[in-house]
Structures are given as structure tokens and as C-alpha cells.
Design a protein. Structure first.
Length: 73
């Protein structure tokens, strides 16, 4: 996690899988949804980050090749 204004690293959060691919942020800037690809036959994950707490609050396994994400209003 980085501060966009200063470029300063705020915190490192581990992911359940290896290949971080896409990020979508809610309109209220509260949550980030991260798509993370698995390797080979591993499923991908969507990891939900609380941007105020700078913490992962949920991880959902999805099919292989979780290669992008979008958040609808």
C-alpha cells in the first residue's frame, strides 16, 4: 500500500496467490478489490482490502486466471 501523493510505502499486505493482476476501488475509497491469479491449475482469488484499516478483510476463491476486476456502483 502506497500514499499516492507522496509515494511513501504505508504497509505491505501478503496475498494468498502469487500473481497480483487487477485493482478496483469503491467510489467512497473505502475498499480495494484485488484480483490475484493462481499458477497452473490453482484457482485465483479476489482479495478485499479495507483502505482505512490497511488490512485484508476477505478473500474469495474464484476460477483460474482471475485476470481483472471492476466494481459497479
Amino acid at each position: 500500500m502506497f500514499d499516492a501523493g507522496t509515494g511513501k510505502e504505508l504497509k505491505r499486505l501478503p496475498t494468498k496467490r502469487k500473481v497480483v493482476h487487477g485493482v478496483a476501488i469503491t467510489r467512497d475509497d473505502r475498499y480495494a478489490f484485488i484480483s490475484v491469479e493462481g499458477i497452473g491449475s490453482e484457482p485465483g482469488t479476489v482479495e478485499v482490502i479495507d483502505l482505512r484499516a490497511l488490512a485484508t478483510v476477505a478473500t474469495v476463491e474464484v476460477g483460474p486466471m482471475a485476470s481483472g476486476i471492476d466494481v459497479l456502483p
